[in-house]
Design a binder for this molecule. Structure first.
Ligand SMILES: [Zn+2]
Length: 281
């Protein structure tokens, strides 16, 4: 079976059947999606053989023209980025955690460029605890979003950020469940106040006090709305009010003014290998 349903992992014979399955009623084993959303999810689901091939492939530099720079600092980064990409094909290598650290440095400038075109973006903190209303009390019950951002324009908002660098995990049931939880949190929170109150309560580890201090120190208003931003290889999230899905494919030709030379290296070595266009058939 060339496809697996991203929602329930059921093997499916064709993209057409996947669309039918996604829009089918829950009673009949489907997911009751609107036709347009079912089509969108089906079109973004890669074929299994592509994913296997992708996992096995020795990562190659996306542009044969990437030369090791003569500047010693840039050369150090070239070596670092190249190793991260090369080690990605090894089991247990947490590629996403490593990319996470680097991408957060570029993220404000990325979001201030097209296609997002936001202004005044700040990474308030990494690993921000969020919790759905339906979840029980207790330290172990919250899970952390990859980062909490704040944006000034086009309208002030707090943005929960999630990063996925591998379509196989992005389309896994765990990941799809997480996406639904995040969307629910965003839809239910009338402002950041609710999320802040939750974050101020969770955790007994002394490190949570540092998190609370950082929240207390933030100059941004807690009454501002909450939005969700996913950065994924290709689209995984249906477009919804206040929910954004930027893709690594959107970034492969992007130039940045700040740290431009470092970004170009990162883009050409790392971003190009994450961007993965699904085949149309
Ligand atoms: Zn399914």
């Amino acid at each position: 079976m060339p496809f697996v349903c991203p929602r329930c992992k059921k093997p499916i014979a064709s993209r057409h059947n996947l669309t039918t399955h996604l829009k089918g009623s829950v009673a009949r084993g489907g997911h009751s999606l609107e036709l347009s959303e079912a089509r969108r999810v089906a079109n973004n689901t890669p074929r299994m053989d592509d994913l296997v091939q992708y996992a096995r492939a020795e990562p190659t530099l996306s542009r044969a023209t990437v030369k090791r720079p003569s500047d010693p600092y840039l050369a150090f980064l070239y070596d670092l980025f190249t190793k991260i990409v090369k080690n990605r094909s090894l089991p247990g290598y947490e590629f996403e955690r490593r990319v996470d650290t680097l991408i957060l440095e570029f993220l404000p400038d990325i979001l201030e460029s097209k296609p997002m075109g936001w202004g005044g973006v700040e990474v308030v903190m990494p690993e921000f605890p969020v919790r759905g209303d339906e979840q029980a009390q207790g330290d172990k019950q919250h899970d952390a979003a990859d980062a909490l951002l704040h944006r000034v324009s086009p309208s002030p908002a707090w943005v929960i950020f999630e990063l996925k660098t591998d379509m196989r995990t992005a389309l896994s049931k765990d990941s799809q469940d997480q996406l639904e939880r995040r969307q629910r949190v965003v839809q239910q929170a009338s402002s950041f106040r609710t999320l802040r109150e939750t974050a101020m309560r969770v955790g007994t580890d002394p490190k949570y006090e540092n998190l609370r201090e950082r929240l207390r120190a933030s100059v941004h208003l807690v009454d501002e709305p909450v939005e969700l931003l996913y950065l994924t290889p290709t689209t995984i999230a249906p477009e919804r009010d206040r929910c954004w899905n930027l893709t690594f494919c959107d970034l492969k030709d992007l130039g940045l003014k700040r740290n431009g030379a470092v970004w170009r290296l990162f883009r050409d070595i790392v971003v190009g290998t994450i961007c993965q266009e699904p085949r149309s058939s």
